[in-house]
Design a protein around this ligand. Structure first.
Ligand code: ADP
Length: 702
């Protein structure tokens, strides 16, 4: 035998040294017999058992010896832990089998603490490798982190409560003031307090809910409720914000699913309010559709199994701005906003969806999202709910029957589908077209073929010709005089309502109309139309042609000649705009407001103000970018003198001042702006501006 050390010997020795130096316990059994256990393993097992861990030991013998060692043992296998107390033989058998398969578990015993056990079995070599890692430190850190997180959540929950109490005082007092005899200007101030207070409360409520979810304090209180009522209530609230944009809010509920359920309607409303609220916020044209159906276990006979428990599926689809795939992946994480830049256009805390998702899961459901950038998004709420057999008040049917041939004119096909679904039955036929021109053709065709059209349901907001154009054209034909028209509009202003009622519409309803209300209005309109109507009087009204009005508007704009001003205020927040407006009016200076950075640059060029007050966070161009644009234009147009620009910002962070200055601003004022500080800055930077300084500020200002 050679004494020379070969390559294999070096490798074996190196390998053995590596294994011996590891702070991780390692052992190997071949065909159920111990081959090797490293130094750390001997330490892990303790001196008593280390003595028996000698090569040649059988797994089963070792496990039997371990039996006593495993007192107070806690593994993730509760059944095994139970066997330890009740059946020694079975425990040894089961425990030994862990050496013949791959597995990975955590284990705790009072003597050695927490260990991560990793077992690998290679059947072709009958080789078992066991690895044991001490995770005591990790476990302690994890426990500490959980406790810290819980106390943080509890602290947040308590703080939010504490903040809410004085907030309620402020809001309550503001409301009392509002109800008292207060002159115009002060009334506006109170309005601002109320609106700002309301948005602060929304944020506080979000934080409160979020902390409650994190600390497991949310309770679900199920009560019977009507699903349609809950959704229609939310839509009625949200329709105020779509009235100007004309975005259609559409509710489509599968008529075959039960009407009433048992659930925490407050929390369900909160989820829907958040998701639908977002859809409305991020959609500037098109529609937001709420489509309610049920996931059915039996597709051939879809609703037979839906008697007691139903899995509701509520899709909220919008035709809005959409979400980038990379952002979509994190949309339900807390504090996530797709746009977190200073140019962001939309407010919010980024907590809403995280709360909504957590609430859905808490109720046994889920909330998911799909989206295409630039096309729109669909959020899907799945919710298992028991069916309630208690009828709610709104289940009552309209008094007079709804029957006849209805013509629906709406450019959004889904609106037509929904109306058709809601109204069509044996005694109602619904025909739909998507433009005013087609609507007129259908009426003419019906006349020629002697088909009676009993009612027209007319959308207002349509491309090319609006519902108003249609009604004006229709009422010119005396043969259509008798057909009543109900206008459904997502644009809702008193002026519009008055105008269309005068031009021959019988009823004006705001979209989305509640189904019960719609049925009631239809039945009343049909009943009234059975009597002859004096339409001539209506047609004799002054001309309400919108084209004429548009001309007047255009003429007004043309005469609105711009002149130079003292101060340009770049500010996107409506409330801050109002506040600045009042300060400026009180000081008697001339001013204009620019709603974002881009408009500020344009208005600066047009109005040549003596001073600019520049907000930092604004859509399109933020304050820094707008300032840079102005400064570079000033250089390009050498004749223009340098306008002083003062940053007005809530970003009162260290280093921010330097950022404003390097962007080209001259000074900064932090929000909330006090009138006195503003006066001082105006005096410093634009002394030529004449101000009426209020007496209380007079001494301090000069
Ligand atoms: P926030 O209160 O800030 O709106 P949310 O958690 O409700 O917070 O939403 C997080 C972000 O997800 C929003 O700021 C927005 O960027 C994005 N988002 C949510 N819903 C939509 C939607 N329907 N269309 C486009 N973006 C959306």
């Amino acid at each position: 035998m050679s004494t020379k050390i070969g390559k294999n010997d070096i490798e074996n020795k190196t390998l053995a040294l590596v294994l011996e130096s590891l702070p991780v316990a390692v052992m190997a059994y071949k065909a159920g017999i111990l081959l090797y256990a490293n130094d750390s393993y001997h330490k892990y097992i303790g001196p008593e058992y280390s003595a028996i861990m000698q090569p040649g030991l059988r797994i089963e013998n070792f496990v039997e010896q371990l039996y006593d060692l495993h007192q107070d043992l806690e593994t993730e296998d509760a059944e095994l832990d139970r066997l330890h107390k009740t059946d020694k033989a079975e425990w040894i058998k089961r425990r030994s089998s862990a050496y013949y398969e791959d597995n990975n578990f955590e284990q705790y015993d009072s003597k050695f603490g927490w260990w991560q056990c990793i077992n690998k079995y290679y059947p072709e070599d009958e080789l078992y490798i066991g690895i044991r890692i001490n995770i005591n430190t990790l476990k302690t850190a994890q426990e500490k982190a959980i406790i810290a997180s819980q106390s943080k959540s509890e602290f947040l929950a308590n703080m939010s409560h504490e903040i809410r109490t004085p907030m309620n005082g402020i809001m309550g007092m503001a409301e009392l003031l509002q109800n008292s005899q207060i002159p115009g200007k002060e009334r506006e101030f109170i309005n601002i307090i109320q609106r700002s207070g309301q948005s602060l409360l929304t944020i506080i409520n979000d934080i409160l809910d979020f902390s409650k979810i994190e600390s497991g304090q949310i309770e679900i209180t199920p009560v019977p409720f009507s699903l349609r009522d809950a959704i229609e209530d939310i839509m009625a609230l949200l329709s105020t914000s779509t009235r100007e944009t004309g975005v259609d809010l559409i509710i489509k509920i599968d008529p075959n699913i039960p009407k009433n359920y048992i659930g925490d309607v407050g929390r369900i409303r909160q989820i829907l309010m958040n998701v639908i609220g977002n859809a409305v916020k991020f959609t500037h044209e098109g529609h937001v559709l709420i489509d309610v159906s049920a996931i059915t276990p039996n597709s051939e006979n879809p609703h037979t199994n839906l008697q007691d428990d139903i899995s509701l599926k509520i899709d909220i689809t919008d035709t809005g701005i959409g979400i980038l795939p990379i952002k979509l992946a994190h949309i339900f994480e807390k504090f996530t906003q797709v746009d977190s830049s200073t140019t962001r256009e939309y407010g919010g805390t980024g907590l809403g969806l995280s709360i909504a998702k957590n609430l859905s899961i808490l109720m046994g459901g889920n909330l998911t999202a799909q989206s295409t950038l630039g096309k729109g998004s669909t959020f899907t709420l799945n919710l298992p709910l028991p069916v309630s057999h208690i009828n709610t008040a709104t289940d009552a049917k309209p008094t007079a029957p709804v029957k006849g041939n209805f013509l629906v004119i709406d450019d959004t096909p889904v609106n037509y589908e929904v109306l058709k679904g809601q109204l069509e039955n044996e005694s109602c036929k619904v025909v739909g077209v998507n433009s005013a021109a087609q609507g007129l053709s259908v009426l003419k065709k019906a006349l020629e073929t002697d088909v009676k059209i009993d009612l027209v349901l007319l959308d207002y907001h349509m491309p090319q010709h609006t519902g108003e154009d249609f009604i004006l054209a229709m009422r010119k034909h005396t043969c259509f005089d008798h057909i009543p028209v109900i206008m459904l509009s997502s644009v809702d202003t008193d002026v519009l309502k008055k105008r269309v009622l005068l031009s021959g519409v019988q009823e004006f309803m705001t979209k989305p109309a509640r189904l019960a209300d719609l049925q009631k209005v239809i039945s009343q309109t049909l009943a009234a139309s059975a009597k002859p109507m004096p339409l001539a009087a209506r047609l004799a009204q002054p001309n309400h042609n919108p084209a004429v009005q548009e001309d007047a508007l255009a003429a007004k704009n043309r005469t609105d000649v711009q002149s130079h001003i003292d101060i340009l205020i770049a500010e996107d927040n409506e409330v801050n705009q109002m506040y600045m407006k009042y300060i400026m009016e009180e000081l008697g200076v001339s001013f204009k407001i620019a709603e974002n950075g881009r408009i500020a640059v344009d208005k600066w060029q047009l109005l040549q103000p003596k001073l600019i007050l520049m907000d930092i966070s604004m859509p399109q161009l933020n304050g820094n970018e707008a300032t840079q644009k102005i400064r570079s234009k000033e250089v390009a147009m050498a004749q223009v003198s340098r306008v002083p620009i003062i940053a007005v910002t809530a970003h009162a962070m260290k280093g921010d001042k330097e950022k404003f200055i390097s962007a080209g601003m001259d000074d900064y004022l932090s929000k909330p702006v006090s009138q006195l500080n503003l006066i001082k800055k105006i005096q410093q930077w634009a002394p030529s501006i004449k101000m009426n300084i209020p007496t209380e500020n007079l001494n301090q200002a000069s």
